[in-house]
Design a protein around this ligand. Structure first.
Ligand SMILES: Cc1cc2nc3c(=O)[nH]c(=O)nc-3n(C[C@H](O)[C@H](O)[C@H](O)COP(=O)(O)O)c2cc1C
Length: 199
């Protein structure tokens, strides 16, 4: 007889683990207070990020931290990129686009630098950066910080990348808004079973 615990009955120690609690509690933050996280907090988040699985230990992640006035660089780039994509765009829409840069006190631009490698294709280097973002996000939950992961057209726009100093060949994986949440949505209960086959 198997002594393994069936997958449908996790042990109590697994159910109550702090990691699983943070995973379950993680939600996107919509509104942030103006209070900026400390530099030590941000460094702790980045340190959690770089502990992600990393095939070949290539450290493909790059981080650009924008705080306070520096967010204006992103705001200007968002506005210019929108005007170039939509030359007829209304000024109000441009103003709303600029506001996105200021929705949190800190913005961490996470990009991926994929090296040509004989055993680690670019896709593996990109997903390592995704894993790094998830590490960072779970650490934020544990520290009581909120986060929102954004991409959209700006992530792929050369104007935005250049303004942020992201090399043309690197990929923006996420604009991470970070700060103290003003509200946190309740946990979701997505279903694994409908996406799983047991053979
Ligand atoms: C690669 C990636 C890109 C994303 N881009 C956006 C985005 O542009 N705008 C947005 O609102 N959310 C974005 N998200 C966040 C998801 O929309 C969000 O996690 C999802 O709606 C589930 O909500 P939750 O985080 O509260 O569970 C992105 C997530 C990933 C993984």
């Amino acid at each position: 007889m198997s002594t393994e615990t069936p997958p449908s009955e996790p042990t109590a120690s697994v159910r109550s683990s702090p990691v699983r609690a943070a995973i379950a509690a993680r939600r996107s933050t919509k509104r942030f207070s103006d209070l900026p996280p400390s530099r030590a907090d941000i460094e702790a988040l980045l340190q959690a990020a770089v502990c992600a699985p990393d095939h070949g230990q290539l450290a493909p992640w790059r981080f650009t931290v924008l705080q306070g006035e520096a967010r204006g660089v992103f705001a200007d780039a968002l506005a210019e990129a929108l005007r170039r994509r939509m030359p007829e765009v209304a000024d109000e829409a441009v103003a709303r686009e600029r506001e996105k840069a200021f929705r949190s006190p800190v913005l961490i631009v996470v990009s991926a630098h994929a090296e040509p490698h004989p055993k680690v294709p670019a896709v593996e280097q990109w997903v390592a950066v995704g894993a790094a973002i998830q590490n960072l996000w779970l650490a934020a939950v544990e520290m009581g910080l909120g986060l929102a992961w954004k991409t959209g057209n700006p992530a792929y726009d050369p104007v935005v990348k250049e303004a942020l100093g992201v090399p043309e060949g690197d990929a923006v994986i996420g604009f991470l808004h970070v700060g103290t949440p003003l509200a946190t949505a309740p946990p979701r209960t997505p279903d694994a079973a409908s996406r799983t086959r047991w053979l």
